[in-house]
Design a protein around this ligand. Structure first.
Ligand SMILES: NC(=O)c1ccc[n+]([C@@H]2O[C@H](COP(=O)([O-])OP(=O)(O)OC[C@H]3O[C@@H](n4cnc5c(N)ncnc54)[C@H](O)[C@@H]3O)[C@@H](O)[C@H]2O)c1
Length: 335
């Protein structure tokens, strides 16, 4: 049970991949949870939360001042996840990405302060670094965002940092790519898509393969957000933290998928060309030293978790659009 379970938490984007795994965890800890979301991907992703009286949803756009003010009322803490949340969807329409991933923060932060919210936890991304030569990418290194998604993520971090004061604690989190099962499954993330193809088709295609990518499990990112709700404010106020665990080459992930699922079916790996050479290795030493946060679950655990969810029928046809942000998100969702 949480230390202060009467706390009321607004999770923006709470119906998404991370949010729909996080909300049940917060509710089990005894928190009151409200979600503000446009419900773009799966209207049923929060069904398991509906049994809690301490849960409610507001359907609305984070760029709509009225919806935001309504959602902020009586809240103590915001976990801000709502976003156009990967590089290809961010590239669909720059002005939309700018408005959701950057401009909306002015209304969100202002409204949170006016309504007496005490804490704002912001999901940024480790993609803000772009391609780096350094072996270990720490928070002190400069950022070089390569896409609209990461450019506006980085610009919004600044607004979040500047809004921090004695009464309003803000923190920016730069997670690695998340893997694992969620009620709103995403299959456009490396470990998940390789696992889904291996388990259902027995063939996985790796583009390039030599690029290193940092990974973090759904178990650990959701544990971290829960922890941040009650971490002493002096440890986090105005700060930015990377968070990742196993840094692996994409080909190594493919081989791990093959090996992990090998007893159930034969998996072939095909390698083709790539134009995406993003290659980075983030350091998560700062969060370990300053907050004592050490991820526990492994990529292998998540391969087994996604494969098991598929076996149980919790994931439908892996070609459905709803599992891929770029296919499901339509610009008229934001009309
Ligand atoms: N999944 C990852 O690997 C990963 C890695 C690093 C950072 N992040 C960040 O974590 C956050 C959550 O990611 P996710 O994978 O759960 O994304 P997601 O796309 O699954 O969920 C985003 C949610 O936000 C909602 N949304 C989008 N625009 C909105 C708007 N204008 N108003 C209200 N709701 C809106 C969508 O309906 C969706 O439910 C995002 O900010 C993302 O950038 C994710």
């Amino acid at each position: 049970m949480a230390m202060n379970s009467s706390e009321k938490i607004l999770v923006t984007g709470g119906a998404g991949y991370v949010g729909s795994a996080l909300c049940p965890k917060l509710l089990k800890q005894g928190y009151n949870v409200r979600v503000l979301d446009l419900f773009i991907y799966d209207p049923a992703s929060l069904d398991a939360c509906k049994k809690y009286n301490s849960f409610e949803t507001v359907k609305g756009d984070i760029r709509n001042k009225d919806a935001v003010q309504q959602a902020m009322k009586d809240m103590d803490c915001v976990i801000h996840l709502a976003s156009i949340s990967n590089d290809p969807t961010g590239d669909l329409d720059e002005s939309l990405t700018r408005s959701v991933n950057f401009e909306a923060y002015k209304v969100l932060l202002d409204s949170a302060k006016r309504k007496g919210v005490k804490r704002f936890i912001n999901a940024s991304s480790s993609s803000v670094y772009g391609i780096k030569d350094e072996e270990n990418v720490t928070e002190e290194l400069s950022c070089n965002p390569l896409t609209y998604y990461s450019k506006y993520k980085l610009m919004s971090e600044k607004l979040v940092e500047e809004a921090c004061d004695d009464k309003f604690t803000t923190v920016n989190i730069r997670p690695a790519t998340i893997c694992g099962y969620s009620p709103r499954q995403r299959l456009d993330l490396t470990v998940n898509v390789l696992t889904a193809h291996a388990a259902s088709k027995g063939v996985i295609t790796v583009h390039g393969g030599q690029q290193r990518r940092p990974n973090l499990t759904m178990e650990d990112i959701t544990d971290l957000y829960v922890k941040l709700v009650e971490t002493d404010k002096s440890l986090i106020a105005g700060k930015v933290f990377n968070v990742g665990y196993e840094n692996m080459k994409i080909i190594e992930i493919a081989e791990l998928v093959k090996q992990t699922l090998g007893s159930k079916r034969d998996v072939q790996i095909r390698v083709d060309e790539t134009f995406d050479h993003r290659d980075y290795h983030i350091s998560s030493e700062k969060i370990r030293k300053e907050l004592g946060f050490q991820p526990k679950a492994t990529v292998k655990d998540m391969i087994l978790q996604v494969a098991s969810a598929m076996e149980k029928g919790l994931v439908g046809n892996i070609e459905w659009d709803k599992y891929y942000n770029i296919r499901q998100m339509k610009l008229d969702h934001f009309a």
